[in-house]
Design a protein around this ligand. Structure first.
Ligand code: ADP
Ligand code: MG
Length: 504
């Protein structure tokens, strides 16, 4: 490199570097001059994003080599801006030279501007411009090679450290409420990427989504120890993505998640209202799906019910298999009570198991909580496990919280706020302020009640769920564009909560 860093630029007969008084030009200026030249043709924000960290690696009569901080930037510039770079090099250096980009991951000395910039601004640019390719994929494209699996260092292996060892297929009780989901999960554990891809499982809290997802991971690890499995919650995915952007490690983040064999993301309903993460997830999904890698997701509602989930994601999630976990029926609850006690080496008398299964009919988490509590109380007090003891324990098990706000409460608050009658709001009128109030009601209902899109649609004048989704999108967009409107929506939300509290 040292010989290359002493190029003979004097041969340049014209151009900025060859100005008569530049007898010993400072070559460190070369990238700055190139940038200045590019500035006349490329938007400033683009320049800041993609050309800011361009440094000179070598320069001779025939070729200029620039170093960029990552393979991602190199691929992007090569694909989109190589011709402009060549032209700038010619203008600055006086004659045409070949331009080559190499990756020099050293951080630039002037501090990491990307880290200082607001995350949103950086994310915006990336969303707008980034090609959905990992450098692995770009490499494949360049070489035309079609390897079935990327080579990977052993330390890249994503260990299932975050998995609960108890969440296996063996400990999962199967009943009519979960038979299909369980069968699909088993098949995926046996044959990831082949059976059902993607696999999307949804259902209310405590019905066993996380358990099934982790059981898939355990099974893959056991049956296919060489396969990389990444299990993480959607929130972790989001946080890691933001950290990667802030820390300039987006490339590594993409490489990591786009090269696993099985990606399992729990609780994808948290993609709601996160446009950038949705976009990143979309590209991750495509990269994996296109190379027949398995994607498994869970959510507390069906894909189309996730507020503001982009249509392209909704449709992709449905490409494979979507199953729903239902609340367990009595027989399944009874079996779960027995199984959970047995797992703790305790036999529960039959009538006690029946009593618990009859009393707690909401979800498995509560059922399990009741069993654990009963066993704990019996051990601590030295009492026999019996129905009276179970009654005592169950009376102290917290029951599910009531719905936060009722639909009627939403209606009352918006009707009063906008001086309209409920009949106006649920009616057919498309007059803009009435439509807007209706959409606002739908939005507030979605965020402050536990009702499904269908229920909300029915309540607001027998409309279907697509109308509700349309309404939610409109309100969200307007909130993003108009801070005053956002403040109004937030204030109405608070008013509804207060009104509901007064009523209960
Ligand atoms: P979710 O992710 O749907 O909220 P979890 O998977 O966390 O629910 O399940 C809550 C608890 O109930 C966990 O301890 C899990 O082991 C248990 N559980 C749920 N379904 C079953 C089942 N069919 N058999 C055994 N345990 C179950
Ligand atoms: Mg869960």
């Amino acid at each position: 490199m040292s010989t290359e860093r002493e190029p003979r630029v004097s041969s340049a007969s014209s151009g900025l570097l060859a100005s008569p008084d530049a007898s010993s030009p400072n070559l460190d200026d070369f990238p700055a001059l190139v940038r200045a030249d590019l500035e006349t043709r490329i938007r400033r924000d683009k320049l800041d994003t993609w050309f800011k960290h361009l440094t000179l690696a070598s320069l001779n009569d025939k070729e200029v080599v620039f170093a960029v901080p990552s393979g991602f930037v190199r691929d992007f510039l090569t694909r989109n801006h190589l011709a402009e770079l060549r032209r700038a090099v010619q203008n600055v250096g006086g004659h045409a030279r070949a331009v080559r980009l190499i990756v020099n991951p050293m951080r630039p000395t002037d501090g990491d501007a990307a880290r200082r910039a607001s995350v949103e601004a950086v994310l915006d640019k990336i969303t707008e411009e980034a090609p959905p390719l990992t450098s692995y994929e770009a490499e494949q494209r360049r070489t035309g090679e079609k390897r079935s699996e990327p080579s990977r260092a052993p330390e890249n292996f994503i260990k299932p450290t975050s998995l609960n060892p108890a969440y296996t297929f063996e400990s999962y009780v199967v009943g009519v409420c979960n038979r299909l989901s369980h069968a699909a999960a088993l098949a995926i554990g046996e044959n990831p990427g082949r059976a059902y891809n993607p696999f999307f499982i949804h259902g209310g809290v405590g019905l066993g989504k996380t358990h099934l997802l982790q059981a898939i991971c355990h099974a893959v690890h056991r049956r296919h120890p060489g396969k990389q499995v990444a299990y993480l919650s959607c929130e972790e995915f989001t946080n890691q993505f933001i950290n990667a952007v802030q820390g300039g490690k987006l490339d590594a983040f993409r490489e990591r998640y786009r090269s696993v064999d099985v990606l399992v993301v729990d609780d994808v309903q948290f993609l709601a209202n996160k446009d950038r993460t949705q976009d990143e997830f979309f590209h991750t999904f495509n990269a994996l799906y296109n190379s027949h890698r398995q994607v498994v997701m869970s959510s507390d509602c069906a894909p189309f019910e996730i507020p503001t989930l982009e249509e392209r994601l909704v449709s992709r999630f449905k490409w494979g298999l979507v199953t729903q976990l239902e609340a367990p029926c009595y027989e399944t609850r009874y079996a779960i009570v027995q199984r959970k006690a047995k797992a703790r080496n305790v036999e529960i008398p039959d009538e006690v198991a029946r009593y618990i299964a009859e009393t707690i009919d909401t979800n498995v988490r509560e059922l399990e909580g009741a069993v654990v509590k009963l066993l704990g109380v019996a051990t601590l007090t030295g009492r026999q496990i019996s129905v009276p003891v179970a009654q005592e324990v169950l009376s102290s098990v917290p029951r599910p919280r009531p719905r936060r706000v009722t639909l009627d409460c939403v209606m009352n608050v918006i009707a009063r706020e906008f001086s309209l009658s409920p009949r106006d709001i649920t009616g057919k009128s498309r007059v803009s302020h009435i439509s807007l109030t209706r959409q606002l009601g739908m939005y507030l209902s979605r965020h402050h009640t536990d009702h499904s899109l269908e229920e909300i649609g029915r309540f607001f004048g027998n409309r279907d769920h697509t109308t509700v989704i349309y309404g939610l999108t409109k309100i969200k967009k307007r909130m993003q564009e108009d801070r005053n409107f956002q403040a109004v929506v937030e204030r109405l939300g608070q008013r509804m909560l207060a009104a509901q509290q007064q009523m209960s």
